[in-house]
Write a protein that binds this ligand. Structure first.
Ligand SMILES: [Zn+2]
Length: 54
């Protein structure tokens, strides 16, 4: 399976994005320089939901 290694802008950890995912495509085409690992995207999603109800 093909993957790209990208840096998470939130926790500054290198993580892998696998072929077929949107982030992989963005990494390959260098369209986006900001990537977010699964842990952080999960946290961000929860925070967004919490902010919504605040
Ligand atoms: Zn992260």
């Amino acid at each position: 399976m093909f993957y790209q290694e990208v840096l998470c802008f939130s926790c500054k950890k290198i993580f892998r994005v696998y072929e077929g995912s949107l982030q992989y495509k963005q990494a390959k085409e260098r369209k986006s320089s900001f990537f977010c690992c699964e842990d952080c995207s999960h946290k961000i999603r929860i925070e967004a939901i919490l902010n919504f109800f605040r």
